[in-house]
Write a protein that binds this ligand. Structure first.
Ligand SMILES: N[C@@H](CCC[C@H](N)C(=O)O)C(=O)O
Length: 293
Protein backbone atom coordinates (compact mmCIF):
# COMPACT_ATOMS: atom_id res chain seq x y z
CA UNK A 1 0.00 0.00 0.00
CA UNK A 2 1.36 3.43 -0.94
CA UNK A 3 2.16 5.76 1.97
CA UNK A 4 2.16 9.55 1.72
CA UNK A 5 5.14 10.97 3.53
CA UNK A 6 5.01 14.61 4.69
CA UNK A 7 8.57 15.77 4.93
CA UNK A 8 10.85 18.76 5.42
CA UNK A 9 14.11 19.21 3.61
CA UNK A 10 16.95 20.82 5.52
CA UNK A 11 20.71 21.12 5.75
CA UNK A 12 23.57 22.02 8.05
CA UNK A 13 26.50 23.53 6.09
CA UNK A 14 25.24 21.80 2.95
CA UNK A 15 24.96 18.33 4.50
CA UNK A 16 21.31 17.74 3.57
CA UNK A 17 18.53 15.65 5.06
CA UNK A 18 14.91 14.62 4.58
CA UNK A 19 13.08 14.78 7.91
CA UNK A 20 9.65 13.45 8.80
CA UNK A 21 7.65 13.02 11.99
CA UNK A 22 6.62 9.55 13.07
CA UNK A 23 5.90 10.09 16.79
CA UNK A 24 4.25 6.66 17.26
CA UNK A 25 6.96 4.76 15.43
CA UNK A 26 4.50 3.30 12.93
CA UNK A 27 6.35 4.29 9.76
CA UNK A 28 9.61 2.40 9.43
CA UNK A 29 11.21 2.87 6.04
CA UNK A 30 12.81 0.05 4.07
CA UNK A 31 16.35 0.37 2.74
CA UNK A 32 14.94 0.73 -0.79
CA UNK A 33 12.60 3.55 0.30
CA UNK A 34 15.46 5.47 1.91
CA UNK A 35 17.54 5.03 -1.25
CA UNK A 36 14.72 6.36 -3.46
CA UNK A 37 14.06 9.35 -1.19
CA UNK A 38 17.77 10.29 -1.21
CA UNK A 39 18.25 9.78 -4.95
CA UNK A 40 19.00 13.20 -6.49
CA UNK A 41 17.54 12.22 -9.87
CA UNK A 42 14.63 9.90 -9.08
CA UNK A 43 13.72 11.11 -5.57
CA UNK A 44 13.99 14.22 -3.41
CA UNK A 45 17.75 14.00 -2.97
CA UNK A 46 19.65 14.08 0.32
CA UNK A 47 22.67 12.71 2.18
CA UNK A 48 20.41 11.12 4.79
CA UNK A 49 16.93 10.61 6.21
CA UNK A 50 15.90 11.46 9.76
CA UNK A 51 12.79 9.94 11.30
CA UNK A 52 11.47 11.85 14.34
CA UNK A 53 10.16 9.19 16.68
CA UNK A 54 9.34 9.42 20.38
CA UNK A 55 12.00 7.54 22.37
CA UNK A 56 9.36 5.33 23.98
CA UNK A 57 8.33 4.10 20.54
CA UNK A 58 11.68 3.17 19.02
CA UNK A 59 12.17 -0.42 17.96
CA UNK A 60 12.11 -3.04 20.72
CA UNK A 61 15.72 -3.69 21.65
CA UNK A 62 16.91 -0.33 20.40
CA UNK A 63 15.64 1.29 23.62
CA UNK A 64 18.70 -0.13 25.41
CA UNK A 65 20.72 2.34 23.33
CA UNK A 66 19.11 5.22 25.17
CA UNK A 67 20.99 5.85 28.38
CA UNK A 68 18.80 8.77 29.42
CA UNK A 69 15.04 8.40 29.54
CA UNK A 70 14.84 12.23 29.70
CA UNK A 71 15.19 12.40 25.92
CA UNK A 72 11.63 12.57 24.61
CA UNK A 73 12.71 12.40 20.96
CA UNK A 74 14.99 9.93 19.19
CA UNK A 75 16.88 10.73 15.97
CA UNK A 76 16.45 7.66 13.77
CA UNK A 77 19.20 8.30 11.22
CA UNK A 78 19.73 6.63 7.82
CA UNK A 79 22.52 7.24 5.33
CA UNK A 80 21.56 7.71 1.67
CA UNK A 81 22.34 4.04 0.93
CA UNK A 82 19.80 2.99 3.59
CA UNK A 83 22.37 2.00 6.22
CA UNK A 84 21.87 3.12 9.80
CA UNK A 85 24.35 5.49 11.49
CA UNK A 86 24.83 5.99 15.20
CA UNK A 87 25.12 9.76 15.09
CA UNK A 88 25.08 12.77 12.79
CA UNK A 89 26.48 16.10 14.01
CA UNK A 90 24.91 18.24 11.29
CA UNK A 91 21.70 16.21 11.26
CA UNK A 92 21.05 16.62 14.97
CA UNK A 93 21.10 20.42 14.67
CA UNK A 94 18.69 20.30 11.74
CA UNK A 95 16.59 17.81 13.71
CA UNK A 96 16.38 20.28 16.63
CA UNK A 97 15.22 22.97 14.19
CA UNK A 98 12.64 20.55 12.74
CA UNK A 99 11.30 19.54 16.18
CA UNK A 100 10.98 23.12 17.39
CA UNK A 101 9.59 24.57 14.16
CA UNK A 102 6.96 21.86 13.89
CA UNK A 103 5.92 22.36 17.54
CA UNK A 104 7.04 18.88 18.63
CA UNK A 105 9.52 20.37 21.12
CA UNK A 106 10.27 23.72 22.70
CA UNK A 107 13.73 25.19 23.07
CA UNK A 108 14.26 28.71 24.40
CA UNK A 109 17.71 30.33 24.49
CA UNK A 110 19.62 28.96 27.50
CA UNK A 111 17.55 25.76 27.63
CA UNK A 112 18.74 22.27 26.75
CA UNK A 113 16.94 19.76 24.54
CA UNK A 114 18.23 16.20 25.11
CA UNK A 115 17.95 14.07 21.96
CA UNK A 116 18.35 10.30 21.85
CA UNK A 117 20.67 8.81 19.24
CA UNK A 118 22.21 5.38 18.70
CA UNK A 119 25.42 6.85 20.18
CA UNK A 120 23.60 7.94 23.37
CA UNK A 121 21.84 11.13 24.38
CA UNK A 122 23.14 14.43 23.04
CA UNK A 123 22.24 17.80 24.61
CA UNK A 124 21.35 20.50 22.10
CA UNK A 125 20.95 24.23 22.75
CA UNK A 126 20.56 27.34 20.66
CA UNK A 127 23.79 29.23 19.95
CA UNK A 128 24.96 32.30 18.04
CA UNK A 129 25.77 30.13 15.06
CA UNK A 130 22.43 28.29 15.20
CA UNK A 131 22.67 25.29 17.49
CA UNK A 132 25.35 23.86 19.76
CA UNK A 133 25.54 20.13 20.47
CA UNK A 134 27.36 18.44 23.34
CA UNK A 135 28.85 15.59 21.33
CA UNK A 136 29.90 13.62 24.42
CA UNK A 137 33.16 11.75 24.88
CA UNK A 138 35.44 10.23 22.22
CA UNK A 139 38.19 7.68 21.86
CA UNK A 140 41.00 6.78 19.50
CA UNK A 141 41.90 3.28 18.34
CA UNK A 142 45.37 1.86 19.05
CA UNK A 143 46.03 0.82 15.49
CA UNK A 144 47.00 3.31 12.79
CA UNK A 145 45.14 2.40 9.59
CA UNK A 146 46.59 3.20 6.18
CA UNK A 147 44.43 5.16 3.75
CA UNK A 148 44.73 5.34 -0.01
CA UNK A 149 42.90 7.99 -2.01
CA UNK A 150 43.00 8.08 -5.79
CA UNK A 151 45.90 10.55 -6.17
CA UNK A 152 48.10 9.02 -3.44
CA UNK A 153 51.29 7.36 -4.65
CA UNK A 154 51.59 5.51 -1.35
CA UNK A 155 49.07 4.83 1.40
CA UNK A 156 49.15 7.34 4.25
CA UNK A 157 48.63 6.84 7.98
CA UNK A 158 45.28 7.89 9.36
CA UNK A 159 44.05 8.42 12.90
CA UNK A 160 40.99 6.38 13.92
CA UNK A 161 38.67 8.40 16.11
CA UNK A 162 35.25 7.38 17.36
CA UNK A 163 32.92 10.19 18.34
CA UNK A 164 29.86 7.93 18.51
CA UNK A 165 30.41 6.94 14.88
CA UNK A 166 33.71 5.90 13.28
CA UNK A 167 36.15 8.22 11.51
CA UNK A 168 39.64 8.03 10.04
CA UNK A 169 41.44 11.38 9.64
CA UNK A 170 44.24 11.83 7.10
CA UNK A 171 46.50 14.89 6.81
CA UNK A 172 47.25 16.37 3.37
CA UNK A 173 50.15 18.63 2.49
CA UNK A 174 48.35 21.77 1.30
CA UNK A 175 45.16 23.36 -0.03
CA UNK A 176 46.00 22.43 -3.63
CA UNK A 177 46.17 18.76 -2.74
CA UNK A 178 42.86 19.00 -0.84
CA UNK A 179 41.16 20.78 -3.74
CA UNK A 180 42.42 18.24 -6.29
CA UNK A 181 41.28 15.19 -4.34
CA UNK A 182 38.87 12.97 -6.31
CA UNK A 183 36.38 11.69 -3.77
CA UNK A 184 34.24 9.94 -6.38
CA UNK A 185 36.76 7.22 -5.66
CA UNK A 186 36.07 5.47 -2.35
CA UNK A 187 39.14 5.81 -0.09
CA UNK A 188 40.60 2.42 0.82
CA UNK A 189 41.29 1.84 4.53
CA UNK A 190 43.65 -0.97 5.57
CA UNK A 191 42.85 -2.86 7.69
CA UNK A 192 39.23 -2.33 6.67
CA UNK A 193 37.12 -1.36 9.71
CA UNK A 194 34.37 -3.96 10.29
CA UNK A 195 31.55 -1.43 10.14
CA UNK A 196 33.23 0.92 7.66
CA UNK A 197 34.28 4.49 8.49
CA UNK A 198 33.93 8.08 7.40
CA UNK A 199 37.22 9.44 6.05
CA UNK A 200 38.23 13.07 6.62
CA UNK A 201 41.04 14.72 4.64
CA UNK A 202 42.42 17.73 6.47
CA UNK A 203 44.84 20.59 5.93
CA UNK A 204 45.97 22.64 8.93
CA UNK A 205 45.52 26.41 8.50
CA UNK A 206 48.57 28.64 8.01
CA UNK A 207 49.15 29.81 10.64
CA UNK A 208 47.41 27.02 12.49
CA UNK A 209 46.32 29.17 15.43
CA UNK A 210 44.89 32.69 15.08
CA UNK A 211 43.80 34.61 18.21
CA UNK A 212 43.81 31.37 20.19
CA UNK A 213 41.57 29.51 17.71
CA UNK A 214 42.81 26.67 15.50
CA UNK A 215 41.92 26.61 11.78
CA UNK A 216 41.42 23.56 9.59
CA UNK A 217 40.15 22.87 6.08
CA UNK A 218 38.44 19.53 5.52
CA UNK A 219 36.78 17.39 2.87
CA UNK A 220 35.02 14.16 3.71
CA UNK A 221 33.98 10.87 2.19
CA UNK A 222 31.05 9.67 4.27
CA UNK A 223 30.28 6.04 4.97
CA UNK A 224 27.01 5.15 3.28
CA UNK A 225 26.92 8.31 1.16
CA UNK A 226 30.09 9.40 -0.70
CA UNK A 227 31.52 12.91 -0.67
CA UNK A 228 29.29 15.37 1.21
CA UNK A 229 29.61 19.12 1.65
CA UNK A 230 30.10 18.69 5.38
CA UNK A 231 30.10 16.14 8.19
CA UNK A 232 29.60 17.42 11.74
CA UNK A 233 31.01 14.38 13.51
CA UNK A 234 33.83 14.48 10.95
CA UNK A 235 34.75 18.08 11.85
CA UNK A 236 34.95 17.06 15.50
CA UNK A 237 37.21 14.10 14.61
CA UNK A 238 39.34 16.42 12.42
CA UNK A 239 39.82 18.92 15.26
CA UNK A 240 40.79 16.10 17.63
CA UNK A 241 43.29 14.68 15.14
CA UNK A 242 44.99 18.01 14.40
CA UNK A 243 45.17 18.82 18.12
CA UNK A 244 46.75 15.40 18.69
CA UNK A 245 49.33 15.97 15.94
CA UNK A 246 50.01 19.59 16.98
CA UNK A 247 50.93 18.69 20.56
CA UNK A 248 50.73 20.40 23.95
CA UNK A 249 50.35 23.98 22.76
CA UNK A 250 47.36 23.26 20.51
CA UNK A 251 44.14 25.13 21.38
CA UNK A 252 40.81 23.65 22.49
CA UNK A 253 38.75 25.72 20.04
CA UNK A 254 38.75 25.05 16.30
CA UNK A 255 37.11 26.55 13.23
CA UNK A 256 36.65 23.88 10.60
CA UNK A 257 36.03 25.00 7.03
CA UNK A 258 34.17 22.52 4.85
CA UNK A 259 32.90 22.93 1.26
CA UNK A 260 29.44 23.89 2.63
CA UNK A 261 30.53 26.47 5.22
CA UNK A 262 32.15 26.56 8.64
CA UNK A 263 31.51 25.10 12.09
CA UNK A 264 33.06 25.61 15.51
CA UNK A 265 34.40 22.73 17.64
CA UNK A 266 35.33 23.10 21.32
CA UNK A 267 36.87 20.65 23.77
CA UNK A 268 35.85 20.97 27.44
CA UNK A 269 36.05 18.98 30.67
CA UNK A 270 32.86 17.27 31.88
CA UNK A 271 32.21 14.86 34.78
CA UNK A 272 32.91 11.76 32.69
CA UNK A 273 35.98 13.09 30.86
CA UNK A 274 36.66 15.40 27.95
CA UNK A 275 33.64 16.30 25.82
CA UNK A 276 33.39 18.05 22.48
CA UNK A 277 30.86 20.62 21.43
CA UNK A 278 29.86 21.37 17.85
CA UNK A 279 28.22 24.67 16.86
CA UNK A 280 26.87 25.52 13.47
CA UNK A 281 23.85 26.49 11.42
CA UNK A 282 20.69 24.49 10.73
CA UNK A 283 18.29 25.45 7.94
CA UNK A 284 14.95 24.07 6.84
CA UNK A 285 14.55 24.80 3.14
CA UNK A 286 11.15 23.47 2.07
CA UNK A 287 8.32 21.12 3.00
CA UNK A 288 6.61 18.66 0.71
CA UNK A 289 4.89 15.32 0.40
CA UNK A 290 5.82 12.25 -1.57
CA UNK A 291 4.05 8.98 -2.21
CA UNK A 292 6.12 5.91 -1.31
CA UNK A 293 5.39 2.53 -2.84
N1 LIG B 1 26.92 13.73 8.09
C1 LIG B 1 26.90 13.27 9.41
C2 LIG B 1 27.34 11.84 9.65
C3 LIG B 1 26.31 10.87 9.08
C4 LIG B 1 26.61 9.43 9.38
C5 LIG B 1 27.84 8.90 8.70
N2 LIG B 1 27.73 8.87 7.27
C6 LIG B 1 28.13 7.49 9.24
O1 LIG B 1 27.75 6.49 8.60
O2 LIG B 1 28.72 7.39 10.32
C7 LIG B 1 27.46 14.26 10.40
O3 LIG B 1 27.19 15.45 10.18
O4 LIG B 1 28.04 13.88 11.41
Amino acid sequence: MAVTLHFSKGHGTGNDFILFADPDGSLELTTAQVQVLCDRHFGIGADGVIRAVRSENILPGASSLLDNPGAEWFMDYYNADGSIAEMCGNGIRVYAEFLTRSGLAELQHGEILPIGTRAGVRDVQRSELGYQVDMGTWWTADDEPLVTARSFKVARPGLSIDVGNPHVVVALSDDAELDALDLNYVPVIEPEPAGGANVEFVVPGVPLVRDGVGHIRMRVHERGVGETMSCGTGTVAAALAIRHWAGDRAPDEWRVEVPGGEVLVRMFEAEDGEHLSLSGPAELVFDGEISLA
